[in-house]
Each structure stands twice: as C-alpha cells, then as structure tokens.
Write a protein that binds this ligand. Structure first.
Ligand SMILES: Cc1ncc(C[n+]2csc(CCOP(=O)(O)OP(=O)(O)O)c2C)c(N)n1
Ligand SMILES: [Mg+2]
Length: 322
C-alpha cells in the first residue's frame, strides 16, 4: 500500500515537473519569434491535468481548450509533435496549421483542443454519447475554465449529459480569472459547481494545487462513470502564474492583488509533492533523475520540432470540407 502511494506520488510529480519544464522552455524560446502562434501557459495549474489524467486509461478521451499543453502532455500526447505544431511545422500534431490552441493526438486519446471558449464541452458530450451508443468502455473528460460558464452551450451540454446518463467527466479549472477579469465581477456569487448540481449533475470539488487530491477525486468520479452512473462535475481551485496569453509575468498590470499572487505561488503544486518526496528514502535521487531525464527529452524534442518543414500552401485544400 505504502509502495503504491509512493509510486503514485512519483508519477504525479514527474508529470507535473515535465509540464512545468516544457512550458518554461516554451516561454524561454518564445522571444526568438519563431513560434508564430499565441501560447496560453498552465504554469501553476499542473496538478489538475496530472491528477485527472492519472485516473484515466489510454482509450479514454480528453478534450481541452485554449490552455491545452498540460492536458495534452498529461494524457500522453507526443511532445515533439506538440512543439512542431507550435513552431508551425508540417510534422506538428495539426500539420502545423493549428498552433498551440489546436492540439490533437488520437493515439493518446487526446481528442482535441479548441480555443473558442466552451466549444469542446458539447463536443465531449457528443463523443460520450457516441461511446455509449457503440457500447464502448470509455469515459470522456473535458477540461475548461471558469470563464466557460459564460457560454450557454455549457449549460445545455450538462443538461443533455445528465438526461442521457453519459460517461462525461466535466473538469472546471477555476483559476479565478478570465483574461484580466475576476470571477466575482463576471458571475453571480455562488460556487461554480452548484450550477452543475442544479442541472442534476453530481458535483465534487478538489484543491486543484494538490495533485493527490485531484487524483483521488477524479478516480472516484471515473469509477462512478464506468459503473454506468451519471456524469460527474469536478471543480478544481487553482491559479495561473503568468499572463493570460504569452510567456511573461504580468503582475505589473495590477489586475490581481499582489498578496493573492504570492499566496498561490507559495501553494505551488510541484513544490508540494517535492516536499513529500524530499522526506522519503531515494526521493532526492528520484527528483534529480527526473530533472535530468526531462531536460534531455526537451532538448531532443525542440531539436526534432525545429528540424521539421513548413506546411505547403498546396496542401491547404486537403483539410477543408467542400
Ligand atoms: C466564445 C469566445 N469568447 C471569447 C474568447 C476570448 N477568450 C479567450 S480565452 C478567454 C478567457 C477564458 O477564461 P477561462 O475560461 O476562465 O480560462 P483561463 O484562460 O482562465 O484558463 C477569452 C474570453 C474566446 N476565445 N471565445
Ligand atoms: Mg479562468
């Protein structure tokens, strides 16, 4: 039992550290202006992607949104194909014509990311409906932000999923902001998950900076879904560290209280598990090894992505429905 818990902590730590280092590397390369698409980084929010995806199987499907890198990587999407996509290379996961906000890796069960806020929620419900009709043993997860609750399709989707008892895990990453606007000035004063409960959807919450807590909540939700129960809504509280869109910090803009930013940084999800690992025999070795391994992987993946070619204009009609 103890061994299982340690290997779970190691695996969650590794997933989060990998996401953190990949996104830091993206932020580092961005000023070179070779990445010609916007990037929305999840630094600070890694525990949600890591905890939820650790509760899923390869054949389970995941949908994401504009802030997609963490979900894609946690679900097992190819790092080189993701970087190639961000660099606009033909070898990218969307042939280099989608960019950071259009990620897909069907082999990993990462069914897609779309930047239109709320757009993947109905897609996930449709995928779950298809899975149910086909008798497939899979659950569909969709990650979205607190801002998604300002889109009507989300309410309709939850209603439909409850009505048809579809195997959907709705994961709301409540990071308190949509761009520069605080939740309290955009939505009524009520916990977001109560909207799901009002639609008859089972709802649970988790500390979104605690990967173990997210994993536990997601695991029991997924167990319910697999048993043929109702869809489940999981609200995770978390916080974005960098600017809404782009590689930089934007604390100078003063739209977030400095004390709030500092408190959330002190609750860093990666350091949280590092503290636990630091108390274990071999924990320091594990972390040092993970750093080296991830650094080597990132260097290789950047080199591979940069070596790719650019998409040809003549290929464009091949991706259009006429
Ligand atoms: C329908 C639609 N409206 C507006 C936008 C512009 N936009 C992009 S991201 C975003 C904020 C999303 O906030 P949230 O859902 O909380 O996700 P977060 O960025 O915090 O992860 C907005 C308004 C959009 N992409 N789609
Ligand atoms: Mg948000």
């Amino acid at each position: 039992m103890k061994h299982l818990l340690i290997s779970r902590i190691e695996s969650l730590y590794h997933t989060m550290l990998r996401i953190r280092r990949v996104e830091e590397a993206i932020a580092g390369h961005y000023p070179m202006q070779e990445m010609r698409c916007p990037v929305h980084l999840s630094i600070g929010q890694e525990a949600v992607a890591a905890g939820v995806c650790a509760a899923l199987r390869q054949q389970d499907g995941v949908f994401s949104n504009h802030r997609a890198h963490a979900h894609y990587l946690a679900k097992g999407g190819s790092l080189t194909a993701m970087l190639a996509e961000i660099y606009g290379k033909a070898e990218g996961c969307c042939k280099g014509i989608g960019g950071s906000m259009h990620m897909i890796d069907l082999a990993a069960g990462f069914l897609g990311a779309v930047p239109i806020v709320g757009a993947t929620v109905p897609l996930a419900v449709g995928a779950a409906w298809a899975a149910k009709l086909r008798g497939e043993d899979k659950v569909i997860t969709v990650f979205f932000g607190d801002g998604t609750f300002e889109e009507g399709a989300v309410y309709e989707s939850i209603n439909f999923a409850v009505l048809h008892r579809l195997p959907v895990l709705f994961v709301c990453e409540n990071n308190l902001y949509a761009c520069y606007t605080r939740l309290s000035t955009r939505q009524p004063d009520r916990p977001i998950h109560t909207v799901a409960t009002a639609c008859g959807c089972k709802a649970v919450t988790a500390d979104g900076n605690d990967a173990l807590a997210v994993f536990d909540a997601a695991s029991s939700a997924v167990a319910d879904l697999r048993a043929g129960g109702y869809p489940v809504f999981l609200e995770c509280s978390t916080y974005r560290w960098r600017e809404h869109c782009g590689p930089n910090m934007d604390d100078d803009l003063d739209y977030r209280p400095k004390t709030e930013v500092a408190a959330w940084k002190a609750a860093c999800p990666v350091s949280r598990l590092a503290k636990i690992l630091g108390t274990l025999d071999e924990g320091q070795n594990f972390m040092a090894h993970a750093e080296r391994e991830i650094s080597a992987e990132i260097n290789t993946a950047f080199a591979g992505a940069l070596a790719g070619g650019i998409p040809q204009q003549t290929d464009l009609p091949g991706y259009l429905y006429a």
